[in-house]
Write a protein that binds this ligand. Structure first.
Ligand SMILES: C[S@@+](CC[C@H](N)C(=O)[O-])C[C@H]1O[C@@H](n2cnc3c(N)ncnc32)[C@H](O)[C@@H]1O
Length: 218
């Protein structure tokens, strides 16, 4: 328990610094482009230190930032204090148990989070439940490599990587899981996350929509 707290503290304190060069080389511009589509009532899962906040359009109605890690939440609170927006709330919910009614959100955002949730399937089912008919999931995630030797290494180092990097998985096929949850992928861009180690370089980003035919999976 104590070790877990120390690990959380170190990850939260070092996160922005560790990601600095990758943010500059690609993530910042990807976030800006992706999040321009955000609208209405928005939930961000695993909001971390709040790096997406500067990219949200002004016209968003309400923003709920969920972040289950207490240390990350402290960083997030500091970041949101600068925004001083009444329309913004921080919650401690994990992505698999968001305490909101079905169909609460027009937009759900997940950036570099679906690699860390305990069950991809459970979290995506929760996202599906929470989206309104016609609502969108905006995602940016690193995924399993399509290069067989890199893939082999991803499988080998995943257990130890997960311990060091907050339960991050290297071998998830997130696009397939999004489709399996019943969402329709409308935009999908694949690109290497330059500046990151080879085993986390392959990323996907885009949008996936819940059918306007409420309740029925597509
Ligand atoms: C790699 S960081 C990404 C932070 C931020 N979203 C970004 O784009 O930089 C992963 C985040 O997911 C959070 N996380 C871990 N498990 C989670 C879960 N079950 N539900 C929601 N978020 C989770 C972590 O606390 C951390 O803030």
């Amino acid at each position: 328990m104590f070790l877990k707290q120390i690990r959380s503290y170190i990850i939260a304190k070092s996160y922005d610094y560790a990601m600095r060069s990758t943010e500059k080389s690609c993530l910042q511009s990807w976030r800006k482009e992706l999040l321009a589509q955000a609208h209405g009532d928005l939930l961000e899962i695993g909001a971390g230190t709040g790096v997406n906040l500067p990219h949200y359009p002004d016209h968003i109605n309400r923003i709920i930032l969920s972040e289950p890690d207490a240390q990350m939440r402290k960083q997030l609170q500091r970041e949101t204090d600068q925004f001083q927006q009444q329309r913004l709330n921080i919650t401690p919910w994990g992505a698999d148990s968001i305490e909101m009614p079905d169909g609460s959100f027009d937009t759900i955002v997940s950036t570099l989070v679906l690699c860390s949730v305990p069950s991809l399937e459970t979290s995506l089912n929760e996202i599906y439940r929470l989206l309104r008919p016609n609502g969108i999931l905006l995602f940016l995630e690193h995924v399993i490599s399509d290069h067989p030797p890199t893939r082999t290494w991803q499988h080998r180092i995943e257990p130890i990587w997960g311990l060091c990097a907050g339960n991050c998985h290297l071998t998830r096929d997130t696009a397939t899981a999004i489709l399996a949850a019943g969402l329709k992928i409308e935009q999908l861009t694949e690109a290497p996350m330059t500046g990151a180690p080879a085993f986390v370089q392959r990323t996907i980003r885009g949008s996936a929509r819940k059918s306007s035919d409420s309740g029925k999976k597509v």
